[in-house]
Design a protein around this ligand. Structure first.
Ligand SMILES: NC(=O)c1ccc[n+]([C@@H]2O[C@H](COP(=O)([O-])OP(=O)(O)OC[C@H]3O[C@@H](n4cnc5c(N)ncnc54)[C@H](OP(=O)(O)O)[C@@H]3O)[C@@H](O)[C@H]2O)c1
Length: 344
C-alpha cells in the first residue's frame, strides 16, 4: 500500500516524526508493505509547501532546523492559509501536530474537521480536537469511511488508547486514574527534594518541558484536557474540559510535599474519571496517595494511568523517558493502523 502524507505543524513533534519516518522507511516497506511520501507541510509562521510528487524530507528538516521558511519547496499555485492547505494538499492522511489551545481546542478542531470532510484520514497528537469534538469528529470519520486516530494525545506514544481499543474489548471501564502532566509531576518531585516552588517551575522551563507561561500546566488545564480525552474515548462520556472539577498545584509548598513523604504518602496531581450511574465525573486535583498506589511511584517527567474495568479489574501503564520522538512514535503506530484498515 502507498500513502501520501500531509504534515500539519512542523515543530518538535512533527520534525521528530519526519526523522522517524525516514529511519523506519525500510521497516515499513519490508514488514508492512507500506510506502509513503510527504506531499505537504504547513506551519504558522515558517510558510508551507506542497509538492504532489513528494517533498524532500531531509531538505525540509534542514530548512526548519535552521529557521528558514519552507516556501522554496512549494510547487504549484500559492496556498494562503492552513485550511486551504488541508483542502488542497494531495494527501491520503493528514498528520496533525499544531498548537493546543486547552480552553477551546481551536484552530486544530477546524483543521481536523476539514481534513475529514475532504475524505482524508487523520492522525492527531493534539488533544484539543478530541477533548472538544470527539463524538462529532468520530461520526464524520465514519460517514466519510476514513480513520481518525490519536494515540499520542495522552501519555505520548505509550499505547494507552490502543490497549483500550484492542485489548479491553467487551469490557466496561469503571474508573480511570492517572498522573498525566509531566511538568507538575516534575515540580512535585522537586518540592519533595527541598526545591522551592518558583525554582522548580523555573527548572521545568529551562528543561523545555514547561512553556514560558506555565499556567496551563500549573492550573491543571493540560491534565484536564487529557482526562477528558480518556473519559470520552474509553468510558463513552461526553464531557468537556470546563466540566472537570479542577484544582492546580499552585499553593503547594515543599513543606507540604515533604510532610506527605514523612507520613508515607506522596502528593500527585491526580486525574480521575469515575462512572456514576449514567454519568462520568471527571476531576483533576492534588491528592495524597499512599506509596502502595502504583501512581505514587511515578517520578519526575514520567506518567502513568490505572484503568479499572469489570473484566481485568486493574491495569496500570507507566511510561518513562518521553521526548518528541516517543510522541511521534504514537503517530507512526496510528499511521500503520490506518494503512492496515484498523479503522473499519
Ligand atoms: N511535545 C510533546 O512531546 C508532545 C507530546 C504529546 C502531545 N503533543 C502535542 O503535539 C502538538 C505539537 O507539539 P509540539 O511540541 O511539536 O509543538 P511546537 O513545537 O510548538 O510546534 C507546533 C507547530 O504547529 C505549527 N502551527 C501552530 N499553529 C498553526 C496553524 N494555525 N497552522 C499551521 N501550523 C500551525 C507551528 O508553526 P510555527 O513553526 O510557525 O510556529 C509549529 O510548527 C501539540 O498539540 C501538543 O500538545 C506534544
Amino acid at each position: 500500500m502507498h500513502i501520501d502524507l500531509a504534515l500539519l505543524g512542523y515543530g518538535n513533534v512533527a520534525r521528530a516524526l519526519a526523522r522517524l519516518l525516514m529511519r523506519k522507511e525500510a521497516t515499513l516497506r519490508e514488514d508492512y508493505d507500506l510506502t509513503f511520501r510527504v506531499t505537504g507541510i504547513a506551519t504558522r509562521s515558517r510558510g508551507l509547501a506542497i509538492n504532489p510528487d513528494g517533498l524532500d524530507l531531509a531538505e525540509a528538516l534542514r530548512l526548519a532546523d535552521s529557521g528558514e521558511p519552507l516556501d522554496s519547496l512549494h510547487r504549484g499555485a500559492p496556498v494562503h492559509d492552513t485550511l486551504e492547505f488541508v483542502r488542497q494538499c494531495p494527501a491520503d492522511l493528514v498528520m496533525e501536530a499544531t498548537w493546543l489551545n486547552p480552553q477551546t481546542g481551536q484552530p486544530a478542531t477546524d483543521y481536523v474537521r476539514a481534513a475529514l470532510e475532504a475524505g482524508r484520514h487523520v492522525v492527531t497528537a493534539n488533544k484539543g480536537p478530541i477533548a472538544f469534538a470527539y463524538r462529532e469528529l468520530r461520526a464524520l470519520a465514519a460517514q466519510k469511511g476514513v480513520g481518525l486516530f490519536f494515540e499520542s494525545t495522552v501519555m505520548d506514544g505509550a499505547p494507552v488508547l490502543g490497549i483500550a481499543r484492542e485489548g479491553l474489548v467487551a469490557s466496561t471501564v469503571e474508573r480511570v486514574r492517572g498522573v498525566l502532566n509531566s511538568t507538575t509531576n516534575y515540580i512535585l518531585t522537586a518540592l519533595e527534594q527541598g526545591t522551592a516552588f518558583d525554582d522548580a517551575v523555573a527548572e521545568t522551563q529551562r528543561m523545555g518541558i514547561a512553556e514560558a507561561d506555565p499556567t496551563n500546566d500549573l492550573e491543571g488545564w493540560d491534565a484536564a484536557v487529557k482526562i477528558v480525552v480518556l473519559a470520552n474515548v474509553m468510558m463513552g462520556a461526553d464531557v468537556r474540559p470546563a466540566d472537570v472539577e479542577r484544582a492546580g498545584i499552585r499553593g503547594i509548598t515543599r513543606e507540604d510535599a515533604q510532610r506527605a513523604v514523612r507520613e508515607g504518602e506522596r502528593i500527585k496531581l491526580l486525574c480521575e474519571a469515575v462512572r456514576q450511574g449514567d454519568a462520568v465525573r471527571v476531576s483533576v486535583r492534588p491528592t495524597r496517595l499512599p506509596l502502595s498506589d502504583p501512581l505514587a511511584q511515578v517520578d519526575r517527567t514520567s506518567s502513568a494511568v490505572t484503568i479499572e474495568t469489570d473484566t481485568l479489574h486493574r491495569l496500570t501503564i507507566v511510561e518513562g523517558d518521553t521526548d518528541p520522538t516517543t510522541t511521534a512514535y504514537g503517530m507512526l503506530v496510528d499511521m500503520i493502523n490506518i494503512a492496515r484498515g484498523r479503522y473499519r
